[in-house]
Design a protein around this ligand. Structure first.
Ligand code: BES
Ligand code: MN
Ligand code: ZN
Length: 490
């Protein structure tokens, strides 16, 4: 991961192969006068000639100073309303470009910044430098470029700035981990691998961990989770991490993540086109692990439990069939109409299992329905709860993290759609309101605590390049989880 540090050097004199200067729309020379004179007025000229206007994501590459920054890259932020968001976006873009340029290290300058803004810039720089090249052979010598390994933010070197840097690094580590796990193919990122990653986090940060395999889940009578796992020879894993930063008697925030390392659809098999994207069906679980990596580094004064339901959904002679009825951990019977609605079957037992931690609140995140992608596209996660105050709290956390959510209803009448002729409930309600009926199904198992559900099917990964983020995982819901927890500490 990119190593970020802070330094209070003068931007006109700092020795670097690339100095990034982030500027708002219609920039003025105030704050960059020193740099301007060091470059013989090239900044003033670029602004005067309108070579650089400071529109959002605009970039202008200039040659720099022999003694000092050797290259300059001006980055536009547009009209800035939310400074932290604007800095984060520009920093992501800056690091992505620095990585492409192959300069190896860079320096960031954006005038006077607060410690909170230092945090946002750090998160952005780490996100922009992130890439997944583990499985690629290195290119021929002549084409090789230095990956971006170091970045320096120019700001006052105070205790508060260093705190902003540290929390930015923690969030950046969490998001980078979530993205790496998501990007890893299903044959490498197995339920076993997720459990191993959780065990590694638990060991490094001295957290509690419990991992249930098929045998233990049988003892627990988790018939719903096991129904999904019965088609695969791989051992399913229910992973529970416990971070105890709060007082011993305070109820924990419980985070649950869907961890389908591959979802073929099972007997209700998916079409071949695009099936490879279903390696991303563990992004909820990756978000939980990313959050725990960040918690280990930030050490907030709160208790948090993370539960990941990890398995694969495969067709086979032992797989569950449409029409089967299974009994969930909480005793409710479920008619399986469509084996491709497997995430909710896994989450049902995780939600029921969560009860033993006596949760203050439970939030689950899952790449749960294609219907949510139809409803909200790739711009917002679906947020579901019967508790409006909790919805507002999650929306606010998502906003702070730059991971927008949007509420969808959970009215009682939707429950009609998942009534079964033979069992207590069925696992699909047909095409109408598909994201809502999935949430209504989960509600049957989220009993005894305040609960909310995030459908991240449209937001956890992108099939196109998003300017700041390349094709692939976005890190959602890691930021939302972390901000929600921080919101509860303050
Ligand atoms: N993992 C998928 C949901 C999904 C689909 C995520 C597309 C991202 C993109 C989930 O397990 C699933 O298959 N859901 C079905 C439910 C249906 C059978 C009721 C769906 O959305 O089609
Ligand atoms: Mn599915
Ligand atoms: Zn799925």
């Amino acid at each position: 991961m990119l190593a970020v540090s802070i330094n209070s050097a003068n931007p006109a004199e700092v020795g670097t192969s690339l100095l990034i200067v982030a500027l708002p729309e219609n920039p003025t020379i105030a704050g960059i006068a020193g740099l301007d004179s060091a470059t013989q007025g090239s900044l003033t000229r670029s602004i005067e000639m309108k070579d650089f206007r400071g529109t959002r994501d605009e970039m202008l590459h200039l040659t720099g100073v022999a003694k000092g920054p050797r290259r300059l890259l001006l980055i536009g932020m547009g009209t800035v309303t939310d400074r932290r968001a604007a800095f984060k976006r520009a920093a992501t873009l800056a690091a992505r470009n620095a990585n492409r340029l192959g300069v190896g290290e860079m320096v960031w300058y954006s005038g006077q910044i607060t410690p909170e803004e230092t945090e946002s810039i750090t998160v952005g720089l780490i996100a922009g430098a992130w890439e997944y090249v583990d499985l690629k052979s290195p290119p021929p010598e002549a084409e090789r470029r230095k990956p971006l390994e170091k970045a320096v933010i120019l700001t006052s070197n105070t205790d508060d700035s260093r705190k902003g840097l540290a929390s930015g690094q923690a969030i950046g580590s969490g998001q980078s981990l979530a993205r790496r796990l998501a990007m890893m193919p299903g044959n490498l990122c197995t339920p076993e691998y997720l459990a191993q990653t959780a065990a590694d986090i638990a060991k490094r940060y001295n957290m509690g961990i419990t991992v249930l395999g098929r045998r233990e889940m049988e003892t627990e009578k988790m018939g719903s989770f096991l129904a999904v796992a019965q088609g695969t020879p791989q051992d399913p894993k229910l992973i529970a991490l416990e971070y105890k930063g709060g007082k011993a008697n305070t109820k924990p925030v419980v985070l649950i993540g869907k961890g389908l390392c591959f979802d073929s659809g099972g007997i209700s098999i998916k079409p071949a086109q695009g099936m490879e994207f279903m390696k991303f069906d563990m992004c909820g679980g990756a978000g939980v692990l990313g959050t725990f990596e960040a918690l280990g580094q930030m050490e907030p004064a709160i208790n948090v439990v993370g539960i990941i339901g990890a398995t694969t959904n495969m067709p086979s002679g032992t797989a569950m069939n449409p029409g089967d009825v299974v009994k969930a951990h909480n005793g409710k019977s479920i008619e399986i109409i469509n084996t491709d609605a497997e995430g909710r079957l896994v989450l049902a037992d995780c939600l029921s299992y969560a009860k033993r931690f006596d949760p203050d609140v439970v939030i689950d995140a899952a790449t749960l329905t294609g219907a949510c992608v139809i409803a909200l596209g790739h711009s917002a996660s679906g947020v579901f709860s019967t508790d409006d105050v909790l919805i507002a709290e999650i929306l606010a956390a998502g906003k702070r993290a730059g991971e927008p959510g949007w509420p969808l209803p959970m009215w009682d009448e939707y429950k009609e759609l998942i009534k079964s002729d033979v069992a207590d409930v069925k696992n699909t309600g047909g095409r109408p309101a598909g994201a809502v009926t999935a949430a209504m199904f989960l509600k049957e198992f989220a009993d005894g605590y305040p609960w909310a559900h995030l459908d991240i099917a449209g937001t956890a990964y992108s099939e196109t390049d998003l300017v700041t983020i390349p094709k692939g995982p976005t890190g959602v819901p890691t930021g939302t989880f972390i901000e929600f927890i921080r919101g509860r500490v303050r």
